[in-house]
Design a protein around this ligand. Structure first.
Ligand code: RB5
Length: 145
């Protein structure tokens, strides 16, 4: 369990997976900061929800975030325009784990049209449960700042 709530946001395409991940996070005992969107029927723009989550991290309301859109790509691209965000679009447990070990990712991005629910849950558990390795990786991460 982490100290601050896990922030989560999505667009309409990501809504069903976001809901499943909110339930999974709560089952894991995590506090959740749900930043929307709130249904799958109303078409919305993923940059607006990436922005909400990036702001929550900047303001210290959360330290880790989950973003979901159709592919995980647009919403991670939008989030990564902020220098304090390192959003990793992940398609399997390995990329989720390495995004923490090597890249100190603070945001996991998932594609609801790409990954199935069990793979998404594996990514989530790995992302939250894996520490940054530091060392040579820290120098590289610092060069991105
Ligand atoms: C929405 O239809 C879709 O384009 C969006 O969720 C995402 O996949 C963009 O990268």
């Amino acid at each position: 369990m982490t100290a601050k709530p896990i922030a989560i946001a999505c667009d309409h395409a990501g809504f069903p997976l976001k809901q499943a991940l909110v339930a999974e996070l709560e089952a894991m005992g995590e506090a959740v900061l749900d930043l929307g969107t709130d249904d799958a029927e109303t078409s919305v723009d993923y940059p607006d929800f990436a922005e909400r989550l990036a702001r929550a991290i900047k303001e210290g309301r959360s330290e880790r975030g989950i973003l979901v859109c159709g592919t995980g790509l647009g919403i991670s691209m939008a989030a990564n325009r902020h220098p304090w965000v390192r959003a990793a679009p992940c398609h399997d447990e390995t990329t989720a784990r390495l995004s923490r070990q090597h890249n100190d990712a603070n945001v996991l991005a998932l594609g609801a049209r790409i990954v199935g629910l069990e793979v998404a849950k594996d990514c989530l558990r790995s992302f939250l449960g894996t520490a940054f390795e530091g060392g040579r990786h820290e120098r590289r991460v610092n060069k991105m700042a």
